[in-house]
Every structure is written in C-alpha cells, then in structure tokens.
Design a protein around this ligand. Structure first.
Ligand code: PLA
Length: 409
C-alpha cells in the first residue's frame, strides 16, 4: 500500500547543493529587489537579461524554415559538418594536423560532456592514469576525472599573495610529475582565477611538458571570451599542435555562442598520424554509445549553420567581441568604483585578470556577509562573474565589497 512502511531509500542522506549551480538556487529563493547573481558564469546584458545572439536567432530561423530537415538520430560521433568546423575553429583554418587527417573530433554534450568522454577514453586506453589539474580549478574537474577512473592530482597555479600566476610552482610540479601523466590545461580565461600564462610562459610550459612526455588535455570553455578574438584565445593550443605532438581538446559553445542549455561541444584528439586517429575514433564510439548513444541535433545544427556561412560567421565574431568588451568594461568600472570609495588594498587584479571571472580575494566570511546584507550571490571562494554585472549594479557591488572589507578584514 502506498504511503505505508519504510522507503527502500530511507537511508539516503540529503546531498549538498553544487557549489556553483547551488548559488543560483539560493538566489532564486531571495525576494529582494536588489539581489544580484554573480555566481554561475552566464552572460547578462546591461539590463541584466540573458542574451540570445542575433546570429543564433537567424540560424534557428533558417533551420525551422528548411522543410527538408528531419529529426533522425545523428551518428554516434555527431554531426559531421559540426565536427569539421569545430576542429578548424580551435586548431585554425590551416592546421597541418587537420590537413594530415590526424585529428578525430566527436560532438559531445558541451564542455562537461567532452571532458567526461575524453576522461573515460583515457581511463580505458591510456597507460598513465594520473591527471594533474591546476590548483585551484573549476570545481567539476576533479569529479569528472575521478568518475572517469583517473587519479587526480594537482599542480600549483595561483599565488594568492600576488593574485597572479605561480609560474615557478607550476613548472616545479609539472617537472616532478611522472612521465606520461595527463595535464589538464585551461586554454584561456582560467576559471576561477582569471589568470593566464603569457605566450612566453606557454612556450616554456610546452617545452617542459613535451620533454617529459606529459599529455596535454585542454579545456577550452571560453574561446573568444578572454580577448574577444577567437584566434588569440586558441594560441596556446595551436602552439602544442604545431610541435607535432599529441593532445586532447574539449570545446564548449555555451559561453562564446551563448548556447548554454543547448549543450553543444566537441572533443578532439590530435594524434601522430591518420591511422592512429581513426582507431582512436572507433574507440571513442564505444565510450559514447553506452553513455548517451548519440548527441542532440539542434544545437550542433545552429553552430554548423553559423560556422559555414561567411556572413554569419563574421556577424558572430562581432557579437562575441561585444560580449568580451562589455566584460572588460565592467572590470574597469568596478575597479574605479572601488578606488573612489577608498577601499583598502590593491584591487588592480580586477583589471589584470581576464575572461568571465574575477577572483576577488574575498574570503568565505566576507562572501557570506555580502550575500546576507547585500543580497549579492557568488561562490564562497570569492569568485565573481563579471558577465553578470552591469553599469547599474556596479555601485551596489562596490558598496558591498567596501562594507565587507572594512568590517570583516
Ligand atoms: N570548463 C570550464 C573551465 C568551465 O568553467 C565550465 C563552465 C565548463 C568547462 C563546462 O561548461 P559547459 O558544460 O556548460 O560547456 N563553468 C561555469 C558553469 C560557467 C558551470 O559551473 O557549470 C561556471 O560558472 O564555472
């Protein structure tokens, strides 16, 4: 009889909310008119609204109007055009690796799904099961790779004193990693710190990693969002492709095309030669088929429509640049607002850091205070999404930081 007796699930304990997505859950429950969500990295307009790019609307209209389109299953590896165009986007139009057919690309469920498929593949087929991730990193990384069967270790990346890169520490830790270990690298706009190596530093990292046979696994969730330029943001990856070595790259269209909920992404594996690449692809299919069989059609069709049409592609680049520029302008506005309030400390990291996030240096107690007193929501590590800020909300945030720093330092 329903309702009587103990549930077979009675022993299950309530799990905590996700440290990032849980911030939105708490924000949604807040009734205050001044509430502000700077938790999850989701772009907002100056009016604080989610943005669907014009070029995306256009592509969707074309797709809807095309009566020849059907809803058949995609192949296990996804939409072929989408895969080819995604590889070109990340590795460059003239990439020798693509021309030599030694890149295999599979459509996956956004950045997260690409990382998971790549992780599962490595867990099954790669000889060294240890992956090094930066300290700190996106909170989902250790969970994804642990579940994929890899053993997760970290390398030093961020120096809280300078609020910049701990380059020495990074080289030391990578230098001490076992030969062949996998290294997770944020391709650009490191999350949560907003700190990226310079091109010269990337070159040293590359030389060290190649000399030790470390396998790079790039997470590219923000191509175009860091500098506003798709090619500059992909430069570190292209440096590693140019030396002829092997690597993995996970791509997401969540941020740069604003396709968050469509879950569009790709995993590429650059191999030594075409023969290896085709065998690798055959094994990727065996990873994907029992996981979700084949990827969804709609989002990948939007991306392919845009990437293969010169005009739409150019329009996308303009819209992408304007998102990146708005984020950069928010950095300057926040920096100026903090300075004009005479808040103690050096806040120049706000304009030095890059990409969607600022790693403010605020501690968990200060963050809790800002949420309670000012209804400002952010992750407890002090990360704020600059893309969630607008000219009209900067003063409120600056007041909150002022109060938190002066009352709780
Ligand atoms: N990799 C990094 C470094 C990310 O920051 C994110 C998203 C992803 C991968 C995954 O994105 P996708 O699966 O949606 O393509 N990070 C967000 C969202 C923006 C999240 O946590 O899911 C963040 O707020 O950190």
């Amino acid at each position: 009889m329903a309702g009587s007796g103990d549930s077979v699930f009675a022993h299950i304990v309530l799990a905590p909310e996700d440290p990032i997505l849980g911030v939105t859950v708490a924000y949604n429950k807040d009734q205050s008119p001044v509430k502000l969500n700077l938790g999850v990295g989701a772009y907002r307009t100056e009016e604080g609204k989610p943005l669907v790019l014009n070029v995306v609307r256009k592509a969707e209209q074309l797709l809807v109007n095309d009566q020849s389109r059907v809803k058949e299953y995609l192949p296990i590896t996804g939409l072929a055009d989408f895969n080819k165009l995604s590889a070109k986007l990340i590795f460059g139009d003239d990439s020798p690796a693509i021309q030599e057919n030694r890149v295999t690309t599979v459509q996956s469920l956004s950045g997260t799904g690409s990382l998971r498929v790549g992780g599962e593949f490595l867990g099954k087929h790669y000889h060294e099961r240890t992956i090094y991730i930066p300290q700190p990193t996106w909170g989902n990384h250790p969970k994804i790779f642990t579940l994929a069967g890899l053993s997760v270790k970290s390398y030093r990346y961020y120096n809280p004193q300078t609020k910049g890169l701990d380059f020495e520490g990074m080289l030391e830790d990578l230098g001490a990693a076992p030969s062949g270990a996998i290294v997770l690298i944020h391709a650009c706009a490191h999350n949560p710190t907003g700190v990226d190596p310079t091109v010269e530093q990337w070159e040293q990292i590359r030389t060290l990693m190649r000399s030790k046979g470390l396998l790079p696994f790039f997470d590219s969730a923000y191509q175009g969002f860091a500098s506003g330029n798709l090619d500059s943001d992909a430069q570190p990856i292209r440096m590693f492709v140019a030396d002829g070595g092997e690597l993995l790259a996970a791509q997401s269209y969540a941020k740069n095309m604003g396709l968050y909920g469509e879950r569009v992404g790709a995993l590429s594996i650059v191999c030594r030669n075409a023969d290896v690449a085709s065998k690798v692809e055959s094994q990727l299919k065996l990873v994907i088929r029992p996981m979700y069989s084949s990827p969804p059609l709609h989002g990948a069709s939007i991306v392919a429509t845009i990437l293969k049409d010169r005009n739409m592609y150019d329009e996308w680049k303009v819209e992408l640049k304007s998102m990146a520029d708005r984020i950069i302008s928010m950095r300057h506005q926040l920096f100026d607002a903090l300075n004009s309030r005479g808040i103690p400390g050096d806040w120049s990291h706000i304009i030095k850091q890059i990409g969607m996030f600022t790693f403010t240096g605020l501690n968990p107690e200060q963050v809790a205070f800002m949420t309670k007193e000012f209804h400002i929501y952010m992750t407890s590590d002090g990360r704020i999404s600059m893309a969630g800020l607008s000219s009209s909300t900067v003063p409120h945030l600056a007041d909150a930081i002022h109060a938190a720093v002066t009352r709780l330092s």
